[in-house]
Design a protein around this ligand. Structure first.
Ligand code: AMP
Length: 211
C-alpha cells in the first residue's frame, strides 16, 4: 500500500488510542510510526534511527499504552520504563503520554533531577504503570529502594547518542542490568556511532530496524 494511503486505522491500535491520535490532530502516521508501530504492537524489539520531530514518541508510547491497557485491573507497578537524557525530554514525553492515554485507566509519572524529589516519591508510592525517567534521578531512587524495576516488561531507551554525549552510558548500563531479561525493548538514536551500535546489540533481541 503506498505510504500516503496508510492511516492510523491500519496499524492495529485500539479505539481508545485511535481517538487519541485524532484528538492530537494527527492526519496520518509518520514514516517511523507506519514502520514501527505494528511490530512494536506484536511485541518485537525495535531499533529506530530517528531524531526528535519524526514522531518517535508516539511510536513507542502508543504500543506501550496498548500493552499496559491489556493488563488494567492489576495493581499498578512499573511495567514500562522510558529512559531519556534530559528533563525537558522527560517532561515532553510525559505530556505526550498524558495526551495519548487520556481514554485509558493507567498511571504514569516522570522523575528527573534538579527539582524536589518529594512529589516524585509520593507518586511512586501511590503506584504507577509507566515511569519516564532521566538516569541520575532514577539511579538515586533505585539505590534507596524507592524504585524497583523487577516488573518491567517494556523498556525504551530514547536518544541513546545523547546519553553517550552527556556521559550517561555507565548509568544506562547500571539501569539496564537491573531490568528483567525477558522484556520488549525499543531503542532510539539519531546517530549510530560504534559505542551506540554495540549498546543496542547488547540490549535488543532480533530487532526490527527502522530508519
Ligand atoms: P517527536 O518526534 O515524538 O518529538 O514528535 C514531534 C512532533 O510531531 C510532536 O509535536 C508530535 O505531537 C507531532 N506528531 C507526532 N506524530 C504525528 C503525526 N502522525 N502527525 C502529525 N504530527 C505528529
Amino acid at each position: 500500500m503506498p505510504e500516503e494511503h496508510l492511516t492510523f486505522d491500519g496499524l492495529g491500535l485500539i479505539p481508545e488510542l485511535l481517538s487519541a491520535t485524532k484528538r492530537a490532530g494527527y492526519a496520518r502516521p509518520t514514516p517511523i510510526q507506519q514502520l514501527a508501530i505494528p511490530p512494536a504492537l506484536a511485541g518485537r524489539d525495535v531499533l529506530g534511527c530517528a531524531q526528535t520531530g519524526t514522531g518517535k514518541t508516539a511510536t513507542f508510547a502508543l504500543p506501550i499504552l496498548q500493552h499496559l491497557n491489556a493488563l488494567v485491573g492489576n495493581k499498578p507497578k512499573i511495567r514500562a520504563l522510558v529512559l531519556t537524557p534530559t528533563r525537558e525530554l522527560a517532561a515532553q514525553i510525559s505530556d505526550s503520554i498524558t495526551t495519548y492515554g487520556e481514554d485509558l485507566d493507567l498511571w504514569h509519572t516522570v522523575i528527573f533531577g534538579g527539582v524536589s524529589e518529594k512529589p516524585q516519591i509520593a507518586e511512586l508510592r501511590r503506584g504507577v504503570d509507566l515511569l519516564v525517567a532521566t538516569p541520575g534521578r532514577l539511579l538515586d531512587l533505585m539505590g534507596r529502594g524507592l524504585v524497583q524495576l523487577d516488573d518491567v516488561e517494556l523498556f525504551v531507551l530514547d536518544e541513546a547518542d545523547r546519553m553517550l554525549d552527556m556521559g550517561f552510558l555507565p548509568d544506562v548500563r547500571r539501569i539496564t542490568k537491573a531490568l528483567p531479561k525477558d522484556r520488549q525493548t525499543m531503542f532510539f538514536s539519531a546517530t549510530m556511532p560504534p559505542q551506540i551500535r554495540r549498546l543496542a546489540e547488547g540490549l535488543l533481541d532480533r530487532p526490527v530496524s527502522v530508519a
